[in-house]
Design a protein around this ligand. Sequence first.
Ligand code: ADP
Ligand code: ZN
Ligand code: ZN
Length: 830
Amino acid sequence: MPSYCEVALPVPLDHTFTYGIRLGQSPKRGARVIVPFRNEKLIGVVTALVAGAPEGFEVRYLEAVLDEEPLLSEHLLELGAWAAQYYLAPLGEVLRAMLPLTAEVRRTVYYRITDLGRDVLATAMEGNETTAARSSDRRKGRLSREEQNIERRVLERLASGDPVKVSALRTATAASLPLLAALVRKKWIARETAAAERDARRMERFAVLVPDTRLPSLTEKQQAILAELAASGGELPLAELRRRDLPASTLQTLVRRGLVRIEERPEQFRLGGLTPTTESFALNTAQGDALATLTGALGAFHAFLLYGITGSGKTAVYLAAMQKALDRGLSSILLVPEIGLTPQTAGLLDAAFGQKVALLHSALTPEERSEQWRRIRRGDAPIVVGTRSAIFAAAPNLGLIVVDEEHDQSYKQEETPRYNARDVAVMRAKLAGAVVVMGSATPSLESWHNAERGKYARIELRDRVMNRPLPEVELIDMRREFQQTGKDELFSRSLIEQTKAALERGEQALILLNRRGYSFAVMCRACGEKLDCQNCAIALTHHKAALDDVGEARVGQRLECHYCGYKRTVPARCPKCESEHLYYLGAGSQQGEERLNEIFPGARIGRMDRDTVRGRGDLERLLARLHSGEINLLVGTQMIAKGHDIHSVTLVGVVGCDHALSMPDFRAAERVFQLMTQVSGRAGRGDLRGRVVVQTYYPDHYAILAATAHDYTAFAERELKYRRWMHYPPFGALANVLVQSEKMEEAAGWAAILGKSLVQEQERGAPVRLLGPCTAPIARIKNVYRFHMILKSNSRKALNEALRGMLKRADEAGIPRRNLIVDVDALRLM
Ligand code: ADP
Ligand code: ZN
Ligand code: ZN
């Protein structure tokens, strides 16, 4: 009979914690428990049951066991352990990322008086006011008399020794949260948190007709409500009555008179925001072959790279394969990029699978997320569709995983655990004996290389559906454009002409301008000063006044930092030399929109970027307006390149997407190639031929030339040569280590210590290469100084061991774990 268990907790420490099991508790491996940790209560996952505790162990006991049966299957526990090892992330943090069930636990904060607090209170009672306040705080002159009174009230309220909930304490004493925090720092009171389970199901209220034989006299409104209820089978959700403008007060009267009763029930699942689809077509030969290959492989682990050009009909293949899996009683997970789950895709899924679909994306409330998770776990929803964390969905009998647009950067999580869902997908498929398909028109070089080596089987869709041609691409050399026109215009003559022609023919055009805001830097002509964020080593972006709804009053002209959100007004003079000659550099999407409005006054222009798309609804509305033709000219950032399938778009303009080629990042060429190819792929997806105009300052760059020729293979070949030469992924593995501190000397010192320890590892023969340590390309973000080093190795095992050694060294040197970011397979090196 085990009397202890190991619990993984979501704290930045690389081990599990031992807890005692009380009589009557029977935690199983994979179940969630609530445990005391420091002075908090945390939720963790049981990873092992053990007979004895380590020697000299001061036993703390499980507070509660939340799941009778394991919530995480052995597969998922194993997957979690793998991810923790591979990404050097604490297991508890990995497991927390796997279980999106925060809605099921309520956190409550309590305060309790300490012994010191009692002493202070006792002295105060003797008439000396709060003496301690006099001795320490008065001296600093910080506390007002009123604040001291509040402090005293807090101590009095807690005097009995019982913990008091934060809400009750604040109501009784009018104490602010900072004041309570200050009392905790002085150790007069202690803060505790408690976690308790709660019911996260969303409830829906219904009005239900009470069968009655009386014929009471009723007002017209009352009759209307009863009639609506009768016509709908005797009941309706309250929300629906509200939608029909039936007054709540009348309903209340009916309830009082006993003619209607209100019932509360768990809400049914519905797919939201659909575009109904009426699509029906037979798969073409290439699609049919792809499907046959995938279905033939179901039932065991197989990894495929589905390389299909834009518009080749990959989605139809995914859905058909998911149907085949379903027919065999297997569930599927379809991963989509962050904004890839458009109403169009949701509509297709709903038409194909209806109630069997579960959606997991970032815009869900915690309650919705937990509801979806439970449906999947119960087996009610064998079709799981979601963004990156959906790779951890507890789908039973998993048979198929599809990673759509596998090259997309949103599969990488940029916080702990820093996993890439595409790579986790492959490991998950391995553990579950499932098929994994990574699909893209522009595969990541990692996946392409794996296909070349035979690690993944490659399936190709070489043509667009219905034999539609790929768009013709015209390259405009912007240096020559400037020589010829003598003007520095944002849009070239050719792009303007062709946009005009497309609009006149009643077609639609997209223009990519891959930076948001109006201008992306402000400089002083007199002294050369660039206006930087006060918190970050980053140029401020100029956002011009937005027009309000009426198109008049101008609001919010400002400079903004895209890293920390800092905003300031636009200065009239240079803050350094007082010169009035400030000038603005580089055009963003907002400027693009303004210019297009001037050039095409008759066009129906829309803009798609992080400023116009803030919530999910915004994206859906913009896409709907584009689909309906209400917008015929859309300008935007890379968001416009993502998978949209709009048949009357015939022209795509690419403006300023080659800036990125000058970034200090070995993936710059790959990103530019992907973006250009993907955005070009939006043109000519219907019956009309598409055309692309690319404006560039690097007309000879191989990424630009290959994208122009729609030649992925040529690009990959060239790029792989460079990567091999430079020992960059996919040749060997890479990790980025960031060392951060608010004090620059501290960060620099720590980086030097860790750099030295890695050099020593090298000297001892560890096959790793080290770049740095040096200041990170962005040297400061949110007032935190950043140093980094890049570690490369042909052996992933050697890389992992070197990083482990480094973490150990950091621990010995007293470098806090939270000041270190270890990013294995890093995508961002900035
Ligand atoms: P991809 O993701 O490969 O770029 P999609 O899956 O979005 O392409 O498909 C492009 C378009 O072709 C969609 O409008 C889709 O409905 C249509 N389509 C897919 N397969 C066929 C087919 N076999 N016959 C006709 N149209 C098809
Ligand atoms: Zn100046
Ligand atoms: Zn900033």
